[in-house]
Design a protein. Sequence first.
Lengths: 220, 220
Amino acid sequence: MTNIDLNKIEFFKGIDNEKIIADLTKIDYKILKFKKDDIVAFRGDEIKGMYINLKGTLVTEMLKDSGETKKIEELSNGKIMASAFIFGSFNNFPVDIIAKSDVEILYIEKKELLKLLTQDKILLERFLNEISGKAQFLSKNLWESISNKRIDKKLAEYFLNNEKNQIVELNISIKELSEYFNVSRPSLSRVLKELVDNKKIEKIKKGMYKILERNYLENL
Amino acid sequence: MTNIDLNKIEFFKGIDNEKIIADLTKIDYKILKFKKDDIVAFRGDEIKGMYINLKGTLVTEMLKDSGETKKIEELSNGKIMASAFIFGSFNNFPVDIIAKSDVEILYIEKKELLKLLTQDKILLERFLNEISGKAQFLSKNLWESISNKRIDKKLAEYFLNNEKNQIVELNISIKELSEYFNVSRPSLSRVLKELVDNKKIEKIKKGMYKILERNYLENL
Protein backbone atom coordinates (compact mmCIF):
# COMPACT_ATOMS: atom_id res chain seq x y z
CA MET A 1 0.00 0.00 0.00
CA THR A 2 1.02 3.59 -0.39
CA ASN A 3 2.07 5.62 2.65
CA ILE A 4 -0.42 8.34 1.71
CA ASP A 5 -3.31 9.12 4.06
CA LEU A 6 -6.21 8.04 1.87
CA ASN A 7 -8.80 9.96 3.85
CA LYS A 8 -7.01 13.16 2.77
CA ILE A 9 -7.79 12.22 -0.88
CA GLU A 10 -10.96 13.88 -2.24
CA PHE A 11 -12.64 10.62 -3.30
CA PHE A 12 -12.17 9.06 0.15
CA LYS A 13 -12.49 12.25 2.22
CA GLY A 14 -14.47 11.97 5.43
CA ILE A 15 -14.35 8.19 5.46
CA ASP A 16 -12.45 6.58 8.29
CA ASN A 17 -8.98 5.50 7.15
CA GLU A 18 -9.42 2.01 8.59
CA LYS A 19 -12.72 1.59 6.76
CA ILE A 20 -11.01 2.61 3.47
CA ILE A 21 -8.18 0.15 4.05
CA ALA A 22 -10.69 -2.56 4.97
CA ASP A 23 -12.70 -1.83 1.80
CA LEU A 24 -9.60 -1.82 -0.37
CA THR A 25 -8.16 -5.05 1.05
CA LYS A 26 -11.32 -6.83 -0.13
CA ILE A 27 -10.55 -5.84 -3.72
CA ASP A 28 -7.61 -5.89 -6.12
CA TYR A 29 -5.87 -2.57 -6.68
CA LYS A 30 -2.49 -1.28 -7.80
CA ILE A 31 -0.38 1.76 -7.01
CA LEU A 32 1.15 3.10 -10.24
CA LYS A 33 4.12 5.47 -10.08
CA PHE A 34 5.20 7.96 -12.73
CA LYS A 35 8.08 10.40 -12.98
CA LYS A 36 7.74 14.08 -13.95
CA ASP A 37 7.05 14.44 -17.70
CA ASP A 38 6.06 10.78 -18.14
CA ILE A 39 3.08 10.18 -20.39
CA VAL A 40 0.52 8.43 -18.21
CA ALA A 41 -1.94 7.76 -21.05
CA PHE A 42 -2.25 8.59 -24.72
CA ARG A 43 -5.51 9.73 -26.28
CA GLY A 44 -7.19 6.55 -27.57
CA ASP A 45 -5.60 4.20 -25.00
CA GLU A 46 -8.11 1.77 -23.57
CA ILE A 47 -9.51 2.56 -20.10
CA LYS A 48 -9.89 -0.62 -18.08
CA GLY A 49 -10.61 0.80 -14.67
CA MET A 50 -10.53 3.81 -12.38
CA TYR A 51 -7.36 5.85 -11.94
CA ILE A 52 -7.30 8.21 -8.96
CA ASN A 53 -4.46 10.68 -8.65
CA LEU A 54 -3.08 10.23 -5.11
CA LYS A 55 -0.04 12.47 -5.26
CA GLY A 56 1.35 15.10 -7.62
CA THR A 57 -0.16 16.86 -10.59
CA LEU A 58 -1.45 15.49 -13.87
CA VAL A 59 -2.47 17.59 -16.84
CA THR A 60 -4.69 16.59 -19.73
CA GLU A 61 -3.50 17.79 -23.11
CA MET A 62 -4.66 17.70 -26.71
CA LEU A 63 -2.44 17.58 -29.74
CA LYS A 64 -3.51 20.33 -32.11
CA ASP A 65 -3.33 20.07 -35.90
CA SER A 66 -0.33 22.35 -35.81
CA GLY A 67 1.63 19.84 -33.74
CA GLU A 68 1.50 22.03 -30.63
CA THR A 69 -0.13 20.70 -27.50
CA LYS A 70 -2.97 22.47 -25.75
CA LYS A 71 -3.41 22.02 -22.01
CA ILE A 72 -7.03 21.25 -21.14
CA GLU A 73 -7.18 20.84 -17.40
CA GLU A 74 -5.19 19.98 -14.33
CA LEU A 75 -6.04 16.87 -12.34
CA SER A 76 -4.83 17.64 -8.88
CA ASN A 77 -4.53 15.18 -6.04
CA GLY A 78 -7.76 13.24 -5.52
CA LYS A 79 -9.13 13.60 -9.04
CA ILE A 80 -10.26 10.65 -11.14
CA MET A 81 -8.84 10.36 -14.66
CA ALA A 82 -11.45 10.37 -17.47
CA SER A 83 -14.14 9.31 -14.98
CA ALA A 84 -17.00 9.34 -17.49
CA PHE A 85 -15.17 6.96 -19.85
CA ILE A 86 -14.69 4.00 -17.48
CA PHE A 87 -18.21 2.65 -18.08
CA GLY A 88 -20.43 3.08 -21.15
CA SER A 89 -19.40 1.87 -24.59
CA PHE A 90 -16.51 4.23 -25.38
CA ASN A 91 -13.66 3.22 -23.04
CA ASN A 92 -10.73 5.20 -24.36
CA PHE A 93 -8.90 8.21 -23.00
CA PRO A 94 -10.31 11.28 -24.79
CA VAL A 95 -7.07 13.23 -24.17
CA ASP A 96 -3.37 12.67 -23.44
CA ILE A 97 -2.50 12.63 -19.74
CA ILE A 98 0.95 13.81 -18.64
CA ALA A 99 2.64 13.78 -15.24
CA LYS A 100 3.75 17.32 -14.34
CA SER A 101 5.51 16.09 -11.20
CA ASP A 102 6.25 12.70 -9.69
CA VAL A 103 2.87 11.07 -9.40
CA GLU A 104 1.23 8.15 -7.59
CA ILE A 105 -2.00 6.73 -8.96
CA LEU A 106 -4.42 4.29 -7.35
CA TYR A 107 -5.67 1.94 -10.09
CA ILE A 108 -8.76 -0.21 -9.55
CA GLU A 109 -9.91 -2.46 -12.38
CA LYS A 110 -13.54 -2.09 -13.47
CA LYS A 111 -14.83 -5.35 -11.97
CA GLU A 112 -13.10 -4.57 -8.65
CA LEU A 113 -14.45 -1.03 -8.76
CA LEU A 114 -18.01 -2.41 -9.00
CA LYS A 115 -17.25 -4.47 -5.89
CA LEU A 116 -15.93 -1.40 -4.05
CA LEU A 117 -18.97 0.68 -5.00
CA THR A 118 -21.45 -1.94 -3.77
CA GLN A 119 -19.48 -2.17 -0.50
CA ASP A 120 -19.65 1.52 0.29
CA LYS A 121 -22.69 3.71 -0.37
CA ILE A 122 -20.74 6.93 0.21
CA LEU A 123 -18.19 6.03 -2.47
CA LEU A 124 -21.00 4.92 -4.79
CA GLU A 125 -22.79 8.25 -4.43
CA ARG A 126 -19.49 10.12 -4.87
CA PHE A 127 -18.73 8.26 -8.08
CA LEU A 128 -22.26 8.82 -9.42
CA ASN A 129 -21.97 12.52 -8.57
CA GLU A 130 -18.61 12.68 -10.34
CA ILE A 131 -19.72 11.21 -13.67
CA SER A 132 -23.12 12.91 -13.59
CA GLY A 133 -21.30 16.18 -12.98
CA LYS A 134 -19.18 15.57 -16.09
CA ALA A 135 -22.29 14.93 -18.18
CA GLN A 136 -23.92 18.08 -16.80
CA PHE A 137 -20.82 20.17 -17.54
CA LEU A 138 -20.72 18.84 -21.11
CA SER A 139 -24.45 19.38 -21.55
CA LYS A 140 -24.14 23.00 -20.41
CA ASN A 141 -21.22 23.61 -22.75
CA LEU A 142 -22.94 22.01 -25.70
CA TRP A 143 -26.08 23.99 -24.99
CA GLU A 144 -24.11 27.22 -24.92
CA SER A 145 -22.22 26.33 -28.05
CA ILE A 146 -25.55 25.77 -29.82
CA SER A 147 -27.54 28.61 -28.31
CA ASN A 148 -24.75 31.13 -28.82
CA LYS A 149 -25.68 30.93 -32.48
CA ARG A 150 -29.15 32.07 -31.59
CA ILE A 151 -27.85 35.03 -29.59
CA ASP A 152 -25.80 35.85 -32.67
CA LYS A 153 -29.01 35.93 -34.70
CA LYS A 154 -30.88 38.08 -32.18
CA LEU A 155 -28.02 40.55 -32.03
CA ALA A 156 -27.70 40.65 -35.82
CA GLU A 157 -31.41 41.42 -36.17
CA TYR A 158 -31.14 44.15 -33.56
CA PHE A 159 -28.20 45.72 -35.38
CA LEU A 160 -29.97 45.58 -38.74
CA ASN A 161 -33.14 47.12 -37.30
CA ASN A 162 -31.29 49.94 -35.57
CA GLU A 163 -28.64 50.93 -38.09
CA LYS A 164 -28.46 54.31 -39.78
CA ASN A 165 -25.83 54.50 -42.55
CA GLN A 166 -24.21 51.31 -41.20
CA ILE A 167 -23.88 52.88 -37.73
CA VAL A 168 -25.67 51.46 -34.69
CA GLU A 169 -25.89 53.42 -31.47
CA LEU A 170 -26.83 51.30 -28.48
CA ASN A 171 -29.02 53.46 -26.29
CA ILE A 172 -29.32 50.70 -23.72
CA SER A 173 -26.66 48.87 -21.72
CA ILE A 174 -25.47 45.36 -22.53
CA LYS A 175 -27.21 44.28 -19.34
CA GLU A 176 -30.53 45.73 -20.49
CA LEU A 177 -30.02 44.31 -23.97
CA SER A 178 -29.36 40.86 -22.51
CA GLU A 179 -32.60 41.10 -20.55
CA TYR A 180 -34.43 42.20 -23.68
CA PHE A 181 -33.03 39.15 -25.53
CA ASN A 182 -33.64 36.92 -22.51
CA VAL A 183 -30.05 35.64 -22.52
CA SER A 184 -27.22 35.94 -19.99
CA ARG A 185 -25.07 39.08 -20.03
CA PRO A 186 -21.72 37.19 -20.33
CA SER A 187 -23.06 35.17 -23.28
CA LEU A 188 -24.21 38.34 -25.04
CA SER A 189 -20.86 40.04 -24.39
CA ARG A 190 -19.02 37.02 -25.77
CA VAL A 191 -21.10 36.97 -28.95
CA LEU A 192 -20.68 40.72 -29.40
CA LYS A 193 -16.91 40.31 -29.01
CA GLU A 194 -16.91 37.47 -31.55
CA LEU A 195 -18.66 39.65 -34.12
CA VAL A 196 -16.05 42.37 -33.57
CA ASP A 197 -13.12 39.90 -33.60
CA ASN A 198 -14.40 38.35 -36.82
CA LYS A 199 -14.72 41.81 -38.37
CA LYS A 200 -18.44 41.56 -38.97
CA ILE A 201 -18.92 44.78 -37.00
CA GLU A 202 -16.47 47.41 -35.75
CA LYS A 203 -16.52 49.07 -32.35
CA ILE A 204 -16.21 52.81 -32.94
CA LYS A 205 -16.59 53.87 -29.34
CA LYS A 206 -18.48 52.74 -26.25
CA GLY A 207 -22.02 51.89 -27.35
CA MET A 208 -21.39 52.72 -31.02
CA TYR A 209 -20.73 50.12 -33.71
CA LYS A 210 -20.36 50.08 -37.48
CA ILE A 211 -21.73 47.23 -39.59
CA LEU A 212 -18.92 45.87 -41.77
CA GLU A 213 -20.59 42.81 -43.27
CA ARG A 214 -24.28 43.38 -43.74
CA ASN A 215 -24.61 40.16 -45.75
CA TYR A 216 -23.24 38.09 -42.90
CA LEU A 217 -25.65 39.56 -40.38
CA GLU A 218 -28.61 39.12 -42.72
CA ASN A 219 -27.83 35.45 -43.28
CA LEU A 220 -27.38 34.36 -39.67
CA MET B 1 -47.03 -3.20 -7.97
CA THR B 2 -47.66 -2.87 -11.69
CA ASN B 3 -48.82 -5.85 -13.72
CA ILE B 4 -45.98 -5.28 -16.20
CA ASP B 5 -43.29 -7.95 -16.59
CA LEU B 6 -40.29 -6.04 -15.26
CA ASN B 7 -37.74 -8.35 -16.85
CA LYS B 8 -39.08 -7.22 -20.23
CA ILE B 9 -38.01 -3.66 -19.33
CA GLU B 10 -34.57 -2.70 -20.69
CA PHE B 11 -33.13 -1.70 -17.30
CA PHE B 12 -34.14 -5.01 -15.69
CA LYS B 13 -33.71 -7.23 -18.76
CA GLY B 14 -32.14 -10.62 -18.17
CA ILE B 15 -32.65 -10.47 -14.43
CA ASP B 16 -35.01 -13.02 -12.93
CA ASN B 17 -38.43 -11.47 -12.27
CA GLU B 18 -38.50 -12.79 -8.70
CA LYS B 19 -35.08 -11.30 -7.99
CA ILE B 20 -36.29 -7.90 -9.29
CA ILE B 21 -39.42 -8.06 -7.13
CA ALA B 22 -37.32 -9.12 -4.12
CA ASP B 23 -34.91 -6.21 -4.74
CA LEU B 24 -37.75 -3.74 -5.15
CA THR B 25 -39.65 -4.88 -2.06
CA LYS B 26 -36.59 -3.94 0.00
CA ILE B 27 -36.85 -0.34 -1.17
CA ASP B 28 -39.49 2.35 -1.52
CA TYR B 29 -40.82 2.94 -5.01
CA LYS B 30 -43.90 4.35 -6.70
CA ILE B 31 -45.75 3.65 -9.91
CA LEU B 32 -46.79 6.95 -11.50
CA LYS B 33 -49.50 7.01 -14.18
CA PHE B 34 -50.02 9.66 -16.84
CA LYS B 35 -52.61 10.09 -19.59
CA LYS B 36 -51.76 10.84 -23.24
CA ASP B 37 -50.65 14.52 -23.64
CA ASP B 38 -50.00 14.98 -19.91
CA ILE B 39 -46.88 16.94 -19.06
CA VAL B 40 -44.75 14.59 -16.96
CA ALA B 41 -42.08 17.19 -16.14
CA PHE B 42 -41.29 20.76 -17.05
CA ARG B 43 -37.78 21.93 -17.90
CA GLY B 44 -36.30 23.15 -14.60
CA ASP B 45 -38.38 20.88 -12.35
CA GLU B 46 -36.32 19.30 -9.62
CA ILE B 47 -35.24 15.67 -10.16
CA LYS B 48 -35.44 13.76 -6.88
CA GLY B 49 -34.92 10.23 -8.12
CA MET B 50 -34.94 7.82 -11.04
CA TYR B 51 -37.91 7.65 -13.39
CA ILE B 52 -38.05 4.59 -15.66
CA ASN B 53 -40.63 4.48 -18.40
CA LEU B 54 -42.42 1.13 -17.98
CA LYS B 55 -45.19 1.49 -20.54
CA GLY B 56 -46.04 3.85 -23.38
CA THR B 57 -44.04 6.59 -25.06
CA LEU B 58 -42.56 9.77 -23.66
CA VAL B 59 -41.01 12.54 -25.72
CA THR B 60 -38.61 15.22 -24.59
CA GLU B 61 -39.32 18.64 -26.01
CA MET B 62 -37.82 22.11 -25.93
CA LEU B 63 -39.74 25.35 -26.13
CA LYS B 64 -38.19 27.49 -28.86
CA ASP B 65 -38.02 31.28 -28.74
CA SER B 66 -40.78 31.39 -31.31
CA GLY B 67 -43.17 29.62 -28.94
CA GLU B 68 -43.14 26.43 -31.00
CA THR B 69 -41.93 23.21 -29.40
CA LYS B 70 -39.12 21.12 -30.82
CA LYS B 71 -39.09 17.37 -30.18
CA ILE B 72 -35.69 16.16 -29.03
CA GLU B 73 -35.96 12.46 -28.48
CA GLU B 74 -38.34 9.64 -27.75
CA LEU B 75 -38.04 7.72 -24.49
CA SER B 76 -39.53 4.36 -25.29
CA ASN B 77 -40.38 1.69 -22.78
CA GLY B 78 -37.43 0.90 -20.51
CA LYS B 79 -35.67 4.25 -20.82
CA ILE B 80 -34.63 6.35 -17.83
CA MET B 81 -35.68 10.00 -17.80
CA ALA B 82 -32.79 12.52 -17.62
CA SER B 83 -30.52 9.82 -16.20
CA ALA B 84 -27.41 12.02 -16.00
CA PHE B 85 -29.21 14.64 -13.91
CA ILE B 86 -30.25 12.47 -10.95
CA PHE B 87 -26.84 12.76 -9.26
CA GLY B 88 -24.28 15.56 -9.54
CA SER B 89 -25.05 19.13 -8.56
CA PHE B 90 -27.59 20.12 -11.22
CA ASN B 91 -30.75 18.14 -10.45
CA ASN B 92 -33.29 19.67 -12.78
CA PHE B 93 -34.94 18.38 -15.92
CA PRO B 94 -33.05 19.87 -18.88
CA VAL B 95 -36.12 19.51 -21.15
CA ASP B 96 -39.90 19.19 -20.96
CA ILE B 97 -41.18 15.61 -20.89
CA ILE B 98 -44.58 14.84 -22.39
CA ALA B 99 -46.63 11.62 -22.44
CA LYS B 100 -47.45 10.70 -26.04
CA SER B 101 -49.65 7.83 -24.91
CA ASP B 102 -50.91 6.51 -21.59
CA VAL B 103 -47.75 5.97 -19.58
CA GLU B 104 -46.64 4.12 -16.46
CA ILE B 105 -43.44 5.20 -14.74
CA LEU B 106 -41.47 3.46 -12.02
CA TYR B 107 -40.17 6.14 -9.63
CA ILE B 108 -37.41 5.39 -7.14
CA GLU B 109 -36.21 8.19 -4.87
CA LYS B 110 -32.45 8.87 -4.89
CA LYS B 111 -31.70 7.38 -1.47
CA GLU B 112 -33.66 4.25 -2.31
CA LEU B 113 -31.95 4.05 -5.70
CA LEU B 114 -28.56 3.98 -3.96
CA LYS B 115 -29.86 1.06 -1.88
CA LEU B 116 -31.03 -0.77 -5.01
CA LEU B 117 -27.71 -0.23 -6.79
CA THR B 118 -25.66 -1.59 -3.89
CA GLN B 119 -27.97 -4.62 -3.76
CA ASP B 120 -27.52 -5.60 -7.37
CA LYS B 121 -24.22 -5.34 -9.25
CA ILE B 122 -25.89 -5.85 -12.64
CA LEU B 123 -28.21 -2.88 -12.10
CA LEU B 124 -25.29 -0.83 -10.77
CA GLU B 125 -23.22 -1.51 -13.89
CA ARG B 126 -26.23 -0.82 -16.11
CA PHE B 127 -26.84 2.54 -14.45
CA LEU B 128 -23.14 3.47 -14.65
CA ASN B 129 -23.14 2.51 -18.34
CA GLU B 130 -26.25 4.59 -18.92
CA ILE B 131 -24.95 7.85 -17.44
CA SER B 132 -21.41 7.35 -18.77
CA GLY B 133 -22.94 6.78 -22.20
CA LYS B 134 -24.76 10.12 -21.91
CA ALA B 135 -21.52 11.92 -21.01
CA GLN B 136 -19.73 10.25 -23.92
CA PHE B 137 -22.51 11.19 -26.33
CA LEU B 138 -22.38 14.81 -25.14
CA SER B 139 -18.58 14.86 -25.31
CA LYS B 140 -18.64 13.57 -28.90
CA ASN B 141 -21.25 16.17 -29.88
CA LEU B 142 -19.39 19.01 -28.21
CA TRP B 143 -16.16 17.92 -29.85
CA GLU B 144 -17.83 17.88 -33.26
CA SER B 145 -19.48 21.21 -32.66
CA ILE B 146 -16.06 22.70 -31.85
CA SER B 147 -13.98 20.90 -34.45
CA ASN B 148 -16.52 21.50 -37.21
CA LYS B 149 -15.37 25.09 -37.08
CA ARG B 150 -11.88 23.95 -37.92
CA ILE B 151 -13.12 21.89 -40.87
CA ASP B 152 -14.88 25.04 -41.97
CA LYS B 153 -11.56 26.86 -41.93
CA LYS B 154 -9.71 24.12 -43.82
CA LEU B 155 -12.39 24.03 -46.47
CA ALA B 156 -12.45 27.81 -46.79
CA GLU B 157 -8.68 27.88 -47.31
CA TYR B 158 -8.95 25.15 -49.91
CA PHE B 159 -11.64 27.08 -51.77
CA LEU B 160 -9.66 30.32 -51.69
CA ASN B 161 -6.49 28.58 -52.92
CA ASN B 162 -8.27 26.85 -55.77
CA GLU B 163 -10.66 29.47 -57.08
CA LYS B 164 -10.51 30.99 -60.53
CA ASN B 165 -12.91 33.89 -61.05
CA GLN B 166 -14.82 32.85 -57.91
CA ILE B 167 -15.31 29.33 -59.32
CA VAL B 168 -13.83 26.26 -57.64
CA GLU B 169 -13.71 22.94 -59.43
CA LEU B 170 -13.11 20.02 -57.09
CA ASN B 171 -10.94 17.58 -58.99
CA ILE B 172 -11.01 15.12 -56.12
CA SER B 173 -13.93 13.43 -54.41
CA ILE B 174 -15.28 14.49 -51.02
CA LYS B 175 -13.87 11.25 -49.65
CA GLU B 176 -10.37 12.10 -50.93
CA LEU B 177 -10.72 15.67 -49.70
CA SER B 178 -11.71 14.44 -46.22
CA GLU B 179 -8.60 12.23 -46.16
CA TYR B 180 -6.50 15.20 -47.25
CA PHE B 181 -7.97 17.28 -44.41
CA ASN B 182 -7.74 14.34 -42.00
CA VAL B 183 -11.40 14.66 -40.99
CA SER B 184 -14.38 12.31 -41.38
CA ARG B 185 -16.29 12.34 -44.67
CA PRO B 186 -19.73 12.96 -43.03
CA SER B 187 -18.34 15.92 -41.07
CA LEU B 188 -16.85 17.43 -44.21
CA SER B 189 -20.10 16.92 -46.14
CA ARG B 190 -22.05 18.56 -43.33
CA VAL B 191 -19.76 21.59 -43.26
CA LEU B 192 -19.90 21.88 -47.07
CA LYS B 193 -23.69 21.75 -46.91
CA GLU B 194 -23.72 24.43 -44.19
CA LEU B 195 -21.65 26.77 -46.36
CA VAL B 196 -24.09 26.24 -49.24
CA ASP B 197 -27.17 26.60 -46.98
CA ASN B 198 -25.78 29.80 -45.48
CA LYS B 199 -25.13 31.16 -49.00
CA LYS B 200 -21.38 31.52 -48.51
CA ILE B 201 -20.82 29.36 -51.58
CA GLU B 202 -23.17 28.14 -54.31
CA LYS B 203 -23.25 24.66 -55.80
CA ILE B 204 -23.29 25.07 -59.58
CA LYS B 205 -23.08 21.40 -60.44
CA LYS B 206 -21.49 18.26 -59.03
CA GLY B 207 -17.94 19.15 -58.01
CA MET B 208 -18.26 22.82 -59.02
CA TYR B 209 -18.90 25.68 -56.62
CA LYS B 210 -19.02 29.47 -56.79
CA ILE B 211 -17.70 31.61 -53.95
CA LEU B 212 -20.43 34.06 -52.91
CA GLU B 213 -18.87 35.61 -49.82
CA ARG B 214 -15.12 35.80 -50.13
CA ASN B 215 -14.85 37.95 -47.00
CA TYR B 216 -16.56 35.33 -44.89
CA LEU B 217 -14.24 32.56 -46.06
CA GLU B 218 -11.17 34.72 -45.51
CA ASN B 219 -12.16 35.52 -41.95
CA LEU B 220 -12.95 32.01 -40.72
